[in-house]
Design a protein around this ligand. Structure first.
Ligand code: K1U
Ligand code: ZN
Length: 173
């Protein structure tokens, strides 16, 4: 297994609508394992394939951040089939380090996906689990949490993002 480099905004791969996974083979199983290791190392509660430069519909979520193996979820070709209610919490993104803001998300969701044995399964999630799943599924469509901000929050985030991008350019120059 390996810790992969995480792509950072404004990397164009973060804006791609990812293609469905065609087959669960050794390559995909290794990618999923590497993504779990990368999420734990970050540390984070989720990670989507485009964040490691892969334009395929694969995401991992673990609210225990490596503490409880039973909470590791690998989702292949996931879809939201039901959403309910609304909650607002502050969230961040491993691809936008240094920026957090309040985001409205469904309070509960039902997700359909394939597991690593290519078997369909459903997850019913609420609270932070639902939030993490929605955040990761957004990544698969090239959507970032900043896209959910409106009004003054959006303007403030745009200013902060410009500053973060400039700071990174200075560091990498
Ligand atoms: O996809 C990502 O960028 C990962 C992101 C997921 C996420 C965060 C907050 C709300 C919804 C989804 C993160 O994991 S950011 C780091 C984080 O939230 C965290 C890190 C360590 C312990 C607990 C949380
Ligand atoms: Zn993210």
């Amino acid at each position: 297994m390996a810790v992969l480099p995480i792509r950072i905004y404004p990397d164009p791969v973060l804006r791609v609508k990812c293609r469905p996974v065609a087959a669960v083979d050794d390559r995909l199983r290794k990618l999923a394992a590497d993504m779990v290791e990368t999420m734990h190392a970050a540390p984070g509660i989720g990670l989507a394939a485009p964040q490691v430069g892969v334009e395929e519909r694969l995401a991992v979520v673990d609210l225990s951040v490596g503490e409880d193996p039973s909470q590791v979820h690998v989702l292949i070709n996931p879809e939201i089939v039901h959403r309910e209610g609304q909650e607002t919490e502050v969230e961040g993104c491993l691809s936008i380090p240094g920026l957090t803001d309040k985001v409205d998300r469904p309070a509960a969701v039902k997700i359909k996906a394939l597991d690593l044995a290519e078997k369909p399964f459903e997850i019913e999630a609420e609270g932070w689990f639902a939030r993490a799943l929605c955040h990761e599924l957004d990544h698969l469509d090239g959507v970032l949490f900043i896209d959910h901000l409106r009004g003054l929050r959006k303007e403030r985030a745009k200013r902060q993002l410009r500053r973060l991008v400039t700071e990174r350019e200075e560091v990498t120059a």
